[in-house]
Design a protein around this ligand. Structure first.
Ligand code: AKG
Ligand code: FE2
Length: 347
């Protein structure tokens, strides 16, 4: 069967998948669930109790009353699936629909003002996911938002950036893999969506399926330099592998953009092959979710237990800087995000 034929068969098979539009069959494990009324109540009631907590600058997961409430309040199925993900045995991507959205979102143009004036539903949801995954919330000092939770929202003065504060599409990337201690999972919660702006996902296994063993072995050598992206202070990780083992986990430090460099000629060929593999995987295996208010997506950041697993993510479509009054959306697209690190050695 030709490459093209195999892609179209996959498209048919996947049109059955609800809620997530897929263009090809994938080795990536994707699961979609609805937020149960128990989980809904957990988020709203914890948000009420912690309304005045500074989720951005203080480590909520070290507050025992918060952790206890999360463990007492969330449903068993939610606890189990997130614990499995944290242990590397759950899905690579979890989509949670119908979560409670903060009420009375301020339409103020200023993002800081909007954040100040909202209830804490999305902050509680993100922090609770982290607790239930057995992880830590990670800050990245070189980011323009070094807090425990970040805003993905366009800012007028950075609109030309491909970043969380920019309006341009985002090429596929694993998050913050230019730091040694990169996040294991990313969680996004949507507060305001925008039609035709899609969060895209492509599985690392699907990309690597286009590479031969010699290239993969070359990518395992610690001969590469990986550079930071738009929206970060310039930073780089040197003498690292692209497919990098830590304990029994594998971290994939992959960017679609030119951020992986080496002076080794064979390494340069391996990076070029990797780019071709991303192009091929994009034509066959990309899935996407057009986030709506109250939808969360949690995914493994190119990390897997004993296997190069998880996904790269990106964004297609240009974000509108102006509030879009025509589509009943009176505000710009706005997500909140948390980077979650699971302590590998414990597994
Ligand atoms: O805007 C999106 O859909 C994705 C943003 C992103 O890449 C991130 O939050 O790391
Ligand atoms: Fe990202």
């Amino acid at each position: 069967m030709s490459y093209r034929q195999s892609c179209s068969l996959k498209i048919i098979a996947l049109s059955l998948f609800r809620g997530l539009d897929m263009l090809g069959i994938t080795q990536t494990r994707i699961k979609e669930i609805n937020c149960s009324s128990c989980d809904h109540n957990a988020i709203t009631s914890i948000a009420k109790s912690f309304q005045d907590f500074d989720f951005y600058n203080k480590e909520i997961i070290n507050v025992s009353s918060f952790v206890q409430k999360v463990i007492e309040s969330f449903s068993k199925p939610m606890q189990e699936i997130l614990a499995d993900m944290g242990k590397g045995s759950g899905p690579d991507v979890l989509i949670i629909k119908d979560m409670p959205v903060d009420t009375l979102l301020s339409e103020h143009d200023d993002l800081a003002e909007k954040v100040r004036n909202k209830s804490r539903h999305s902050e509680v949801a993100l922090s609770s996911f982290c607790v239930l995954m057995g992880g830590l919330l990670q800050r990245e000092e070189s980011s323009h938002q070094p807090g425990y939770i970040q805003q993905i929202h366009p800012l007028r003065s950075y609109k030309q950036e491909s970043s969380g504060r920019g309006a341009e599409p985002l090429p596929f990337h694993a998050e913050n893999v230019f730091i040694e201690d990169s996040p294991s999972f990313l969680a996004l919660v949507c507060l305001t969506g925008q039609k035709n702006v899609r969060t895209e996902l492509v599985g690392v296994k699907d990309i690597l399926s286009f590479l031969d063993e010699a290239t993969i072995n070359m990518l395992r050598k610690p001969i590469y330099t990986i550079r930071s992206a738009d929206g970060f202070a310039p930073k780089q990780l040197e003498n690292t592998a692209v497919i990098h083992g830590v304990d029994s986990w594998i971290i994939s430090r992959i960017y679609e953009e030119d951020r992986i460099h080496t002076s080794d000629p064979d390494g340069q060929i391996a990076v070029a092959n990797l780019k071709n593999a991303i192009t091929q995987a994009k034509s066959c295996y990309v899935s996407f979710v057009e986030l709506k208010p109250g939808t969360a997506v949690i995914f493994s950041n190119g990390v897997g237990l004993d296997t190069p697993a998880g996904v790269l993510h990106g964004r297609s479509g240009k974000i509108s800087i102006e509030p879009n009054n025509n589509s009943k959306i009176s505000m710009q697209r706005w997500l909140q995000r948390a980077c979650i690190k699971v302590p590998y050695a414990l597994n």
